[in-house]
Design a binder for this molecule. Structure first.
Ligand code: NAP
Length: 281
């Protein structure tokens, strides 16, 4: 049976540090506050929002919800983001994406103040990561995968790590974070040939495909450490990762479950960045 790398254990450690920082800020009369901007009522946005608010309440972070017209223009959204940029009571801004088609996302990404950009949208914050500087805001999902590896004492230096995803929210920043820890990184995607040969020879495999139970035993070795970032639904309507957990769990060395793995660390890290933003501003 593989070691199960549970997200809750990693999240608990981050929350301990966060609580200390929130208390210190509170003694100085400062209260970390997340401004959530949602355009329209997309059910998955609303459900994500509820879970963020619950987490904020539980740890002592304030949240303010700004529900906006789904038909608003880029100009109107940019003006509103500027209001939040100038609002001293808002420590960090989270704008739900994808944005409606009429919005020029590039303009909005550039409007959000880098020092309040807790979701790491602004090109300046992303650029820092690609320059190997991890001291700023980091995208929460790849950072969650890193935290799970690091807190479980998995050596990264010199290890062969395969990342299956090349998006800007997961794969590309994750590859930079791994390089910064001196791992040897291979990025795979939908045009990669002989994927299972590449993953089988890796020390660590990080999957973020979004296809339920795609990775069976054939993709791993007995020494594989498997981090499953994917979240999707099976035909039976059950939440699943990219990895066929039941097939693989008795075979590989270590694995994250879904749910209960990467996802449970992601929101905690986002909130931690709100606290960091409040401390820095
Ligand atoms: P995305 O942009 O659609 O990326 C999917 C990646 O998988 C792409 O790079 C794609 O390659 C690659 N891919 C698709 N089919 C493949 C195949 N057969 N073989 C190899 N590679 C293949 O999605 P995303 O936004 O990055 O999210 C990816 C997954 O992570 C989703 O399941 C999402 O729900 C999950 N996610 C989880 C969290 C969390 O906190 N746990 C947060 C964010 C996202 P191409 O580039 O060639 O298309």
């Amino acid at each position: 049976m593989a070691d199960i790398l549970k997200g809750s254990v990693v999240a608990a450690k981050i929350k301990d540090d966060m609580r200390n920082n929130i208390n210190t800020l509170g003694s100085a009369g400062k209260y970390p506050t997340l401004g959530i901007v949602r355009l329209g009522n997309n059910p998955s946005d609303v459900s994500y929002e509820k879970s963020i608010i619950k987490n904020c309440d539980a740890i002592g972070i304030k949240s303010e919800i700004f529900e906006k017209d789904i038909n608003m223009t880029t100009e109107e959204l940019a003006n509103f983001i500027n209001e939040l940029n100038n609002n001293d009571n808002i420590s960090g801004i989270l704008l739900f994406r994808p944005l409606p088609k009429q919005i020029d996302e590039e303009r909005i990404r550039n409007t959000i103040l880098p020092s309040k950009d807790v979701d790491c949208m602004h090109p300046l914050n992303l650029e820092k990561i690609f320059e190997g500087d991890m001291s700023g805001f980091l995208p929460a999902t790849p950072k969650a995968a890193m935290e799970i590896l690091l807190q479980n004492n998995n050596e990264l230096e010199g290890k062969n790590v395969v990342v299956i995803n090349r998006s800007m929210v997961v794969g590309k920043p994750l590859a930079m974070m791994l390089l910064e820890k001196n791992a040897t990184v291979t990025i795979c995607h939908s045009r990669t040939k002989n994927l299972n040969e590449i993953t089988k020879n890796a020390d660590i495999v990080i999957t973020a495909l979004g296809k339920p139970k795609f990775f069976t035993k054939d993709y791993f070795s007995e020494d594989s450490i498997v981090i499953d970032v994917g979240v999707s639904m099976t035909d039976e309507g059950k939440l699943s990762g990219d990895v066929d957990y039941e097939d693989v769990v008795d075979y590989v060395d270590k694995i994250t479950p879904v749910p209960g793995g990467v996802g449970s660390v992601t929101t905690t890290l986002l909130l931690n960045q709100v606290v960091n933003a409040c401390m820095k501003n």
